[in-house]
Design a protein around this ligand. Structure first.
Ligand SMILES: *Cc1c(COP(=O)(O)O)cnc(C)c1O
Length: 382
């Protein structure tokens, strides 16, 4: 039997061993990490809400009123008033008939894809989709799975045309988590209409950041279509934890009846839903957070042009700098850390082989001088 020691050794040799760092205190631009202050470009707290007093106050109040645990799964006795209020608020705000709350985005996708895609259905999945979409597809009983090249609408169309499956699902990230680009959703919706398909959109990185009042990528692109099932998470821009699906009443009812990661798991602690509700108000009202994020993004993109590595263009909070090699990316990330900066090195299998990168993520918590400090350090290391 091969030992796990050997397996770990192989990972180390490939430059793929990962490490955790312990963060003290709340999410801020500067984090106390293993006893050392680090200016972090590593978080998905894009709007700087993870430590907002409105959210913590709402959580305190809910804690006093509801305590901690939900006690049981949602369909037994664990569906609390704050979760119900959050579902209604999300559905109404997004202009959807109904929303269903899940404990995390990962759980949501593991549950909704097998529930939506009927046996023998065909799935068309972007090559750069998030791991939990891929795993959800693996758990489904799809009869045919086509992985189309990232963003390649022509290839997607060819595959749709050839498919005679009774049910077709196009599944895509709205904003790609490691590339920061936006899926060509307008073209995808047009194809769905032409070939009678439905679309599952995962807006983990667009929700709160893009669109009118932060309604997300569909709003950003002006898309309204009954063919789209919308899913987003609440642990990124919303600054808390959790996820939801929003769609027609009958689709949401079906998911509530059939999504196993909804049915067979303990209900969400009410305190988290209460914090999410407070977050929703801030997302809607605080346009200045999105403005700041856009301004910081433009400043960063401009500065990255002077580096030898290609930066991927981005209108989102995610700005990848592709270094290619696993060891180079770890070396640069380590050197940044020695200079008091934290930018995560993203390696396979999160990204394709040879496309290792620094994933710079911005937050409304950052200030322009901090972006300049990162640029100076990168220039010094290039
Ligand atoms: C982070 C992420 C998820 C998972 O959401 P969690 O709530 O963190 O489990 C799902 N989809 C995408 C695209 C993500 O980036």
């Amino acid at each position: 039997m091969i030992s796990f020691e050997d397996k770990l050794h192989t990972l180390r040799e490939q430059g793929l061993l990962r490490q955790r760092r312990t963060v003290e205190g709340p999410q801020e631009a500067v984090l106390a990490v293993d006893g050392k202050p680090l200016l972090a470009f590593a978080s998905n707290d894009y709007l700087g809400l993870a430590h907002h007093p409105d959210l913590t106050q709402a959580a305190h109040q809910a804690l006093d009123r509801y305590g901690l645990g939900a006690g049981a799964s949602a369909l037994i006795s664990g569906h609390s008033a704050p979760v119900a209020a959050l579902e209604s608020a999300l559905a109404q705000w997004l202009g959807q008939e109904r929303a269903l709350h899940f404990s995390t985005g990962y759980m949501a996708n593991l549950g909704i894809i097998p529930a939506l895609v009927g046996e023998g259905g065909a799935v068309f999945s972007d090559a750069l989709n998030h791991a939990c979409l891929i795993d959800g597809i693996r758990l489904s009983r799809a009869g045919q799975v086509t992985i189309y090249e990232h963003g390649n609408v022509a290839q997607l169309e060819a595959a749709l045309r050839q498919s005679s499956a009774p049910e077709k699902w196009i599944i895509t990230d709205a904003v790609f988590s490691m590339d920061g680009d936006v899926a060509p959703l307008k073209a995808i919706v047009a194809l769905a209409e032409q070939y009678d398909a439905r679309i599952l959109v995962d807006d983990a990185h667009g929700f709160g950041v893009l669109g009118e009042e932060g309604r997300g990528t569909l709003s950003h692109l002006g898309i309204r279509s009954p063919r789209v099932v919308y899913m987003a998470t609440l642990g990124k821009a919303a600054g808390v934890y959790g996820a939801f699906v929003a769609a027609s009443a009958e689709i949401v009812e079906w998911l509530m009846q059939r999504a196993r990661t909804y049915i067979f798991t303990t209900g969400t602690p009410p305190v988290l839903a209460a914090a999410c509700l407070a977050s929703l108000s801030r997302i809607r009202q605080d346009e200045f957070r999105r403005e700041r994020l856009r301004a910081l993004g433009a400043r960063l993109q401009e500065g990255l042009k002077s580096l030898p590595w290609p930066a991927l263009p981005s209108v989102t909070a995610i700005h990848p700098l592709v270094l290619g090699d696993n060891f180079t990316v770890t070396r640069i990330a380590d050197a940044l850390r020695d200079r008091g900066l934290w930018v995560p090195a993203i390696r396979p299998p999160t990204v394709p082989e040879g496309a290792a990168r620094l994933r710079i993520s911005l937050s409304a918590n950052h200030c322009p001088e901090q972006v300049d400090r990162l640029l100076d350090a990168l220039r010094a290391l290039a």
